[in-house]
Design a protein around this ligand. Structure first.
Ligand code: FPP
Length: 263
């Protein structure tokens, strides 16, 4: 994503939620989640329960992504951020890591191209230099060809870790202090936000994790300070648009106070 200087305002935070076409999942005036982030967990178990290799589950999981992106407009979701590969996932076997990288390359070339015509803007977050050059080039290209789109903002986290993101942001801030671009006395929460990979995105309203695990695994640590969480048992390859709509319906009944009290 392009760097925003410390004195610039990130886009996106002031965007209003699109109106819902169906309205079937929530009551009138119910809260909508403008930004939903998803930890797509359970691909390995889904495959193993079918006697298949873990990569079979990742391929099935990748197929779900398009369906979920397509469901967003009717559910009032303007921003969808998905966790595809963490800074810790390099610890997996060489076969699984290279299989995932090749899946990302193929997926960007084939599946995601279809989303371009559907008005989806694609962005990637995470530390790119460790990725292979071919994949980086495809990511850059997809960001570029979709940059005029605004129907749904899809952000894919690859080699992403919340702690790594904050460390990189602080390093960049320190450089700007050194060169006189940033006055350390002016640094506040908003300043750090503008150095994060997610600087053009609003904070997530809802973080969903599939597969029954109840942890956040280094995902959007700074940004999810006041997010609501849904930990659901469904494995990611079984996460249909209907399951997504159920999560959104439950979100509509959450009482969000952001540390305050209801008047
Ligand atoms: C976690 O399940 C999933 C991942 C580490 C990879 C997520 C990738 C995809 C859903 C596919 C590709 C996505 C795109 C955007 C092309 P796990 O392997 O940890 O499952 P387990 O907990 O059952 O072992």
């Amino acid at each position: 994503m392009p760097k925003i200087r410390p004195d610039q305002t990130p886009e996106g935070t002031a965007e209003s939620t699109e109106t819902c076409a169906s309205g079937a999942q929530s009551e009138p005036n119910a809260e909508r989640a403008t930004h939903v982030a998803v930890i797509m967990d359970g691909n390995g178990r889904w495959a193993q329960s079918r006697g298949k290799p873990r990569l079979f589950g990742h391929h099935a999981g990748a197929k779900r992504v398009k369906e979920i992106v397509r469901a967003c407009p009717d559910l009032g979701v303007k921003y969808l951020t998905i966790f595809a590969f963490s800074t810790e996932n390099w610890k997996r076997t060489q076969t699984e890591v290279s299989g995932l990288m090749s899946l990302f390359r193929r997926y960007i070339q084939s599946e995601l191209k279809g989303l371009v015509a559907e008005g989806v803007r694609v962005r990637f977050i995470g530390d790119r230099p460790r990725l292979d050059n071919k994949l980086i080039a495809l990511m850059d290209e997809l960001e570029s060809v979709t940059c005029e789109n605004s129907k749904v903002h899809l952000t894919i986290a690859i080699n992403y870790g919340g702690r790594d993101e904050v460390s990189r942001a602080i390093k960049e801030m320190a450089r700007d202090v050194k060169t006189g671009v940033l006055d350390p006395e002016t640094v506040d929460e908003t300043t750090l936000t503008r150095y994060l990979d997610t600087r053009v995105l609003p904070d997530p309203d809802l973080v969903i994790r599939t597969s029954g695990e109840a942890r956040i695994s280094n995902f959007l640590l700074w940004q999810s300070a006041y997010s609501e969480y849904e930990f659901i048992d469904t494995l990611w390859p079984d996460f249909t648009a209907e399951v997504f709509a159920d999560c959104m319906a439950r979100f509509a009944h959450r009482d969000r106070r952001f540390g305050g009290v209801k008047s």
